[in-house]
Ligand binder design. Structure first.
Ligand code: SF4
Ligand code: SF4
Length: 276
């Protein structure tokens, strides 16, 4: 159990504590103020957005910057990698929190892809349960249309996305500890991940709760997992001809396990002890 689960999970993983998806919490003054400022943002898109993002990433770290960023994340935002199964569990909780057939999940453009790639029409992020209270106030957020979905429709889309590409799911507390968003990240352009790398602190983008393991009896050394791991955490052991995972580099995202043709990777077996 991570520190955030201890504080906000009521005995569960924090994003599966139903109170954290509740209307009561979503409409609290603190969450409302943060969510409204979040969706009111606008960022430059395409080459301008990418160069402005990269210039921020390349900038030397200022003396008090880590402390300031830590404070901000602890107060407002918590991003954490989750597996596909965990995303489906979150969406199931949305069903419990809303009326049957209610379009309680909103799909909107990914701000990271928008700024880096300029593909503002790309719908990747999901606002869950009561996030639509806020997105409906900002229908032009990032210049893309929003889609309102039932949790079942959103679940089908998530499964298809995960089958089609090595995306990494991350759940976000959009105003602590309101579970407001599920991202489907491209690690090459993911702002919180790049922020983590730049500052050397886990707060902007926490690893999942799991360590991932290779079943050496099943692995044939085909190398698919090496190609798809978004974090460069797997290599082939040339002597044994099987895959090996570097637990320090691994984020427990489950992309390798989704793609292994031999079902030789267990991504939700062992609990992670440290985030670094
Ligand atoms: S994809 Fe599966 S079988 Fe292929 S090397 Fe990786 S763990 Fe082994
Ligand atoms: S080894 Fe697997 S679970 Fe770990 S970061 Fe790479 S793809 Fe994700």
């Amino acid at each position: 159990m991570c520190e955030y689960c201890v504080q906000h999970g009521a005995g569960k993983r924090w994003f599966l504590n139903v109170r954290n998806l509740s209307k009561e919490l979503a409409t609290s003054d603190f969450v409302r103020d943060f969510a409204e400022s979040y969706f009111a943002r606008n960022v430059p898109s395409g080459p301008d957005g990418f160069s402005s993002m990269m210039s921020r990433i390349a900038r030397p770290v200022l003396p008090d910057e880590k402390e300031r960023v830590l404070d901000r994340y602890k107060k407002y935002l918590h991003h954490q990698v989750v597996t596909t199964r965990e995303v489906l569990e979150i969406l199931k909780l949305c069903s419990a929190e809303t009326e049957e057939d209610e379009r309680s999940v909103v799909r909107f453009p990914c701000i990271c892809r928008h700024s880096a790639l300029g593909k503002e029409k790309m719908l990747h992020c999901f606002g869950v349960a009561f996030t639509s209270l806020y997105t409906r106030q900002f229908p032009d957020y990032l210049g893309g249309k929003h889609e309102y979905l039932t949790p079942d429709e959103a679940s089908d889309i998530v499964v298809n996305m995960a089958n089609d590409a090595p995306i990494v799911h991350a759940v976000s507390a959009l105003g602590v500890p309101y579970v407001g968003m599920v991202c489907n990240c491209d690690m090459d352009v993911c702002h919180p991940y790049l922020h983590r790398l730049r500052l050397g602190i886990s707060e902007p983008f926490h690893k999942s709760h799991y360590l991932t393991e290779i079943n050496e009896q099943k692995c044939t050394g085909c190398g698919v997992c090496v190609q798809v791991c978004p974090f460069g955490a797997i290599h082939l052991d040339s002597k044994l001809g099987i895959a090996r995972i570097n637990p320090v580099k691994c984020y427990g995202c489950g992309v390798c396990s989704r793609n292994c043709p031999e079902d030789a990777i267990e991504s939700e077996k062992e609990l992670r002890v440290t985030d670094f």
